[in-house]
Every structure is written in C-alpha cells, then in structure tokens.
Design a protein around this ligand. Structure first.
Ligand SMILES: Cc1cc2nc3c(=O)[nH]c(=O)nc-3n(C[C@H](O)[C@H](O)[C@H](O)COP(=O)(O)O)c2cc1C
Length: 205
C-alpha cells in the first residue's frame, strides 16, 4: 500500500503537520508493504487559484498545466489518499479546496460529457479524511456540521469520482486539548489505514 498524505497548513510546526507525520508513522510502523509520502501543499507552493487554463481543461480544450499533471501523477502512484487539514469555516482550507478544484479535473478524476454522461475514474482510490477542529464534538452535533462536511466532501467530491471514503474523522478541541492525545490518535489512525488494506489486497489492486 502506498499512501499519499496531503496536508494543507501554512506552518510546518503546526498540530496539523504533527498529525500528518503521526499518521505516516502509524502507516510505516505497521510494517509489511505499507509506505507513505507527504505532500505539503503550503511548503511546495501549490497555487490553489483556478485559472482560465484550468477552465480549458474542464472544457476539454487543453491538457492540464504542469503543476496539476504533477499532482495527478503522484495520486496515480498511490492507492490510498489521506487528507489532513484544519477545519476552517466548517470546511477544508482554501489551499486544499483549490487543490481539489484544480487536480480532480474533468478527464482525469471523472469524465463528463453532455452526450456521454458521467464516468467515475478514481474507483481504485481509497480515501481517509482527518480534520483537525478547534470546536468540540457537541458543537458539531448541535449544528449538523459533521453531517454537512460528510455530504459535501465524501459524497459531493469523492463519491462523484468513484473513490471510496474508508474513514472520516474529526480530531476535536485542537486548541484546548493536549497535543499528545491528538498525536496518539493520529498514529492509531495510521495503523487503521494500513489495516484497512492488507498486503495481499494491496498487491492484487
Ligand atoms: C480561519 C480559521 C477558521 C476556523 N474555522 C473553524 C471552524 O469553522 N470550526 C472549527 O472547529 N475550528 C475552526 N478553526 C480552528 C482551527 O480548526 C484550529 O485552529 C486548528 O484545528 C488548530 O490546528 P493547527 O494548530 O494545526 O492550526 C478555524 C481557524 C481559523 C484560523
């Protein structure tokens, strides 16, 4: 299993980065065929702005720009995608949303044509979502935020492309709870990511 862990946070020393690294430790510590790479969108300078070049791709009038083709190739090398992000305004940060807007493009993540309808092209991809939230679970439950995020991200984005969301977790109270508890939880998530794809299954995929 090769996991691509994508993190969107401007500070390399942030809890979100610590959580991404801890998920990776959990994956690698499981031994066997499991390995990972981290895509640090902020450090790599990924540009999330959707431009006319991206619109031309969407309209199937042009090939993807080099930075988008690079991201698509590294997702192609993975069978497992782990998104780690702080919750900003009850959703993902603009950097990660722009990464999805640009990279999960028509013709690569899905194929849509007025005559042909929708073809889902990421059926092989298994997705794990790890959101880091300042608020507590009660707040999410009271307002239905977790359900709203699940609908929008799991169904609206990944199911549209045919990818399977295996796990979707929120690590709550990130600004008030001990970071160690969150890092331990993240390592446990990494182990579960590995356990969700035994080596025999990974080899056959
Ligand atoms: C612009 C912004 C918007 C935020 N919006 C939310 C929110 O809607 N819900 C929430 O639970 N936390 C929200 N937070 C809190 C962050 O999720 C929290 O600061 C983060 O998880 C802490 O992790 P970090 O140390 O990796 O930044 C917001 C923080 C910022 C900076």
């Amino acid at each position: 299993m090769h996991a691509l862990i994508v993190v969107a946070h401007p500070e390399s020393g942030s809890l979100s980065h610590g959580i991404a690294a801890a998920v990776g430790q959990g994956i690698a510590g499981s031994g066997g065929c499991h390995d990972f790479e981290i895509a640090d969108l902020a450090a790599e300078g990924f540009d999330p702005r959707f431009t006319d070049a991206d619109l031309a791709v969407h309209r199937k009038q042009a090939a993807p720009p080099a930075d988008v083709a690079f991201e698509q190739a590294r997702i192609d090398r993975a069978d497992t995608l782990v998104l780690v992000y702080p919750v900003y305004w009850w959703s993902m940060p603009a950097l990660m949303k722009g990464w999805i807007d640009r990279v999960f493009a028509n013709g690569w993540a899905f194929d849509f044509g007025l005559q042909t309808g929708l073809t889902k092209k990421l059926r092989h991809l298994r997705v794990h979502l790890v959101a880091v939230a300042g608020a507590d679970m009660r707040t999410y439950a009271r307002h239905g935020y977790f359900g709203a995020m699940k609908t929008q991200i799991e169904h609206g984005i990944f199911d549209y492309c045919g990818a399977t969301v295996v796990r979707s977790e929120i690590l709550f109270e990130s600004e008030t709870q001990s970071p160690q508890a969150h890092l331990d939880a993240a390592r446990a998530i990494g182990r579960k990511v590995s356990a969700s794809m035994p080596c025999e299954q990974a080899k056959a995929a």
